[in-house]
Ligand binder design. Structure first.
Ligand code: AR6
Length: 176
């Protein structure tokens, strides 16, 4: 599914984010930036040791913030590492921390003059955020950002399952 908000395309695809050719891909990292499972593990293993070395130099990243490294041997030139919230019950600041993870990543992309960014579904794997709720936050945060900021040609969500793609498609239709 594809939509346009001002000059920016928003696209939703099912796939593996490590194969994306956008200027940056976003990693659903943890605060230690030391790698892990899920999308984090896939990015570190496909991107090679340079990404891990740069992460070690940066040291850490608080929840809701974002840092940037090169893309190592990935097609994307950069990786933006952000940390989403661990979901408890939705009453512990999770929505605002998830919003902040997307906003910090988008802000960093603009600061670095990047034109295209691909996101995974942050926090909805190991961190347990229900995908219906997370997708609404993800999509509305991206749309809000694009309405206020020029400079991005493309924001893509790369979903790992058909179900997640369906859920995000519904969220995007609802938000337009
Ligand atoms: N491409 C796109 N999406 C993917 C890929 C991939 N290659 N691999 C997994 N996903 P998760 P989180 C999906 O657990 O919930 C790590 O250990 C996955 O199906 O990767 O933010 C970190 O180090 C799910 O829909 O991230 C942290 O400790 C989504 O990506 C913790 O997990 C996010 O799942 C972060 O947990």
């Amino acid at each position: 599914m594809e939509a346009r908000v001002n000059a920016t395309a928003i696209s939703l695809v099912r796939g593996d984010i490590t194969l994306e050719e956008t200027d940056a891909i976003v990693n659903a990292a943890n605060t230690t930036l030391s790698g892990g499972s899920g999308v984090d593990g896939a990015i570190h293993s496909s991107g090679g040791p340079l990404i891990s070395a740069e992460c070690r130099k940066i040291g850490s990243c608080p929840t809701g913030h974002a840092v940037i490294t090169s893309g190592g041997s990935l097609k994307a030139r950069h990786v933006i590492h952000t940390v989403g919230p661990v979901y408890k019950d939705g009453e512990h600041g999770e929505p605002s921390m998830l919003r902040s993870a997307y906003l910090s990543s988008l802000t960093l992309a603009l600061e670095k003059n990047l034109r295209s960014v691909a996101f995974p579904s942050i926090s909805t794997g190991a961190y347990g955020y229900p995908v219906e709720e997370a997708s609404k936050i993800a999509v509305s945060t991206v749309i809000g950002f694009i309405k206020q900021n020029n400079g991005l040609d493309l924001v893509r969500f790369v979903l790992f399952s058909d179900r997640d793609l369906e859920v995000y498609s519904r969220a995007l239709k609802g938000a337009l």
